[in-house]
Design a protein. Sequence first.
Length: 199
Amino acid sequence: MFVAIEGIDGVGKSTVISMLRRRLEDSGYKVHVTAEPSQSPIGRLIRDWLLKPGSNVAHPSIYALLFVADRVQHYYGEVKPMLDIGYVVITERYMESTLAYQGAMSLPQEWLMELHKFVPMPDLTIILDAPVDTVINRLSSRRVLEVFEVDREFLVRVREILLRRASMYNYPVVNADRDLELVVGDVYGLIINALRRVA
């Protein structure tokens, strides 16, 4: 099963996925955890240049094109091989991140969807959600912020798109503004139920 955990910056995706991995492995599942931007050369370019404040990106489409190029490499180079040998693969960020973040840059959703025609949808997409002011407070403790983490109004637009798409496509939305164990428990339950349905 291929699971994507999505949400705005600072919502707690990395921490939840780390705890989730241990819980799933304790339940007997083989789990592979990954993230985007990936560890590919394209992913490193994104982290080293594109996400740095002041990167002087000439047009918003460059974000979408590079993120999707990294996604195609990530899926076929890492995700699919692990799925093929029976792992549950959990990725921190996937398709919905581009649709939300670059959608918030006013790029057309239809074009962003077309870019994804060479990669499949995840089996399960889960949105972690928390108020923007909550995540801004969390982000304030980070030493260095990425380009998308410094603009409150931008994060508001990203969150609106994520929640709208969750409503459109019936993605489960988990309240991440709670005790961490409760959040992990909810996400674990969603994944276990989905695994049982396909067993």
